[in-house]
Design a protein around this ligand. Structure first.
Ligand SMILES: [Zn+2]
Length: 137
C-alpha cells in the first residue's frame, strides 16, 4: 500500500495548526506542519502561501477526521460572536474567549515564544475585552 502524504487542512493561524497537530500526535498520528516557519516570521505571508498546511499520510485521513470530531473544545480559540457575555467592566461585547496571556503580550512576543519554547500561554483560558483590555472569567 502506498503511503502518500496529503494536506489534511490549511490554517491561517499557525498556533491553531500546532494545537491540532498536538491532538493528532497524541492519538498516534504521524504528521507535520508545512510553511509554518515562514508564516511564523511574517504572518502577512499566510495568504500568499495558502495558510499553514497540516500534512498527514493519506491512509490516516479518516482517522484524523474522527479524532478532531471528538475534540469540540477546539472552537474555544475562535472569536466568539456573543451577546450573552458582555465585559463586566465596561459592558462591551467586543470580547474573546481564549488563552488569557496571549493578549497581554503583543503578537510579536507570542510568535517568539511560539518559535522558541512550548506554549505556556495556553495554560489558562479566560475572556478578554478588546474595549477596555481587561481579562475576566
Ligand atoms: Zn471591557
Amino acid at each position: 500500500m502506498e503511503d502518500r502524504i496529503v494536506t489534511f487542512e490549511s490554517y491561517n493561524d499557525p498556533m491553531l495548526a500546532e494545537i491540532i497537530k498536538g491532538r493528532l500526535e497524541a492519538n498516534g498520528i504521524d504528521c507535520y506542519i508545512a510553511d509554518n516557519n515562514t508564516i511564523g516570521m511574517n504572518p502577512l505571508y499566510t495568504q500568499a502561501l495558502g495558510g499553514v498546511k497540516l500534512k498527514i499520510f493519506e491512509h490516516d485521513f479518516k482517522t484524523c477526521q474522527l479524532i478532531l470530531a471528538q475534540n469540540e473544545d477546539l472552537a474555544l480559540d475562535e472569536v466568539v460572536d456573543n451577546e450573552e457575555t458582555p465585559c463586566p467592566y465596561c459592558q462591551s461585547t467586543n470580547v474573546r474567549y481564549g488563552a488569557a496571556t496571549i493578549q497581554r503580550t503583543n503578537w510579536f512576543g507570542a510568535i517568539v515564544s511560539f518559535l522558541t519554547v512550548t506554549y505556556p500561554f495556553y495554560a489558562r483560558k479566560a475572556w478578554h475585552c478588546f474595549n477596555c483590555g481587561k481579562d475576566f472569567n
